[in-house]
Design a protein around this ligand. Structure first.
Ligand SMILES: O=C(O)c1ccccc1NCC(=O)[C@H](O)[C@H](O)COP(=O)(O)O
Length: 224
């Protein structure tokens, strides 16, 4: 099985095209002005046009109102909306109804009780993205390059469809996949040389590590 990989926070044609050539299943564009990865909707739309149909296009927003979502959806025409703020289940339902797009709801995890927040979104969100909680003082709800304790996901109901996120990089992705069995992963800072600057070599190393982990899982699976 090939792990789905989302490369998030893309801002240049070179990075978008390289991510997809390396096998990214999802490309993420950040609409959050405080982020070093923030991109204008029209610029994101131009980048997405280069890879449309080859990878899913994900619009990442944080507690966005309908005016902002209207502009983003019309300029980017995303395949998926990632809601990365404190959007309620009711807001997720509304967004899905208004835009007719699948929603990936991001939830931040630090301790076992954080998994209790999943339940109200089950049957509403199409997928979850489990990220680490931001470190103290961070203005960003995501893209902080920090991981959570992946073992917490042992308690997760096996039917929950999610992307594993938060501080993933070429050095730790093998362990993260082995521990969680995640089928889909997301990274941003782990493939950057500086905040918001994607590094093509780090991206390549990340995909190499993911494919090694996939091979390992296939070998382990074929022995059982
Ligand atoms: O990446 C950002 O700057 C960001 C800002 C505001 C909301 C969400 C953001 N990122 C969302 C993502 O999906 C990131 O890939 C995810 O948080 C993981 O980031 P990292 O820990 O840096 O790999």
């Amino acid at each position: 099985m090939k792990t789905d990989v989302k490369i998030c926070g893309l801002k240049t044609a070179e990075a978008v095209e390289r991510a997809v050539a390396l096998g990214a299943s999802h490309t993420g564009f950040i609409f959050f002005p405080k982020s070093p990865r923030n991109i204008e909707p029209d610029d994101a739309g131009r980048l997405a046009a280069r890879i449309r149909g080859r990878a899913k296009i994900v619009a990442v927003t944080v507690d966005a109102g309908n005016d902002d979502l209207d502009e983003i959806v019309s300029a980017l025409n995303p395949d998926i909306l990632q809601l990365h703020g404190s959007e309620s289940p009711e807001r997720v339902l509304t967004v899905k109804a208004v835009y007719g797009l699948p929603v990936m709801k991001a939830l931040s995890i630090r301790e076992a009780s954080d998994l209790d927040r999943i339940g109200p979104y089950v049957g509403i969100a199409d997928r979850f993205l489990f990220d680490a909680k931001p470190p103290a003082g961070s203005e960003l709800p995501g893209g902080n390059g920090v991981s959570f304790d992946w073992r917490l996901l042992d308690a997760l109901d096996g039917g929950v469809d999610y992307m594993l996120s938060g501080g993933l990089n070429a050095s730790n992705i093998g362990e993260a996949l082995a521990l969680t069995g995640a089928r889909a992963i997301d990274t941003s800072s782990g493939v950057e040389s500086a905040p918001g600057v994607k590094d093509l070599e780090l991206m390549e190393a990340f995909f190499d590590a993911v494919r090694r982990a996939d091979d390992e899982r296939a070998r382990a699976g074929s022995k059982t």
